[in-house]
Ligand binder design. Sequence first.
Ligand SMILES: [Fe+2]
Ligand SMILES: [Fe+2]
Length: 211
Amino acid sequence: MTQREQAGRTWAFRAAVEVEVQGVFHALAANSRGAPQALRALTERAAQDEGRHRVECAELAESLGVLVPELPVARAGLLGPPTLSTDRRALFTAVALGCITESISAALLGEMLEHAQGLARNVVHGVLRDEVDHARIGWGWLAWQAQNSDVSWLGAHVPAMIAAALPREQVDSGVDLREFGILSGDRARTIPQEVIQDVLRPGFAQFNILF
Ligand SMILES: [Fe+2]
Ligand SMILES: [Fe+2]
């Protein structure tokens, strides 16, 4: 496989992940009644953003010679154990997807931007800008819910949320694909750990969420 093809496969995989995330933001938006208007608007926009990311990732994959099948919009529900109330599952979803997945994603994209070239650079730049807003949905949701309720129960779930958020790409072949917006396997493993220590632990501790 050529380097371009390896990179294209990774972007095709990313396009599929964007569709999954889009479905979850749709579910979260559908369960945002009672949330501050700005937060509801941000959540609805996030679902649209992810649809655009899917298209951009797929176009990049195709420019690298990898065809991406048309993917239907995923019909996802809220994340979290079905034994939780709907309000708690909405909070679980906002935290898992916003605070954790999007914060890790933004950090990875930030480093990708330092090396990416051409179309890959444009795509990384556009996606990064949106992911920063998507992370704010998680922190905003948490702040809103913490006004009237104890949210420390989330602590028991954070390790599993983190495990689910770690990059699932397989990119360690010793070739340097950074110009295509793909980090080395080593950096893809260490950056999330930095986010956990520098962003998630202190951020969650403010809400008495310990893990
Ligand atoms: Fe995205
Ligand atoms: Fe996002």
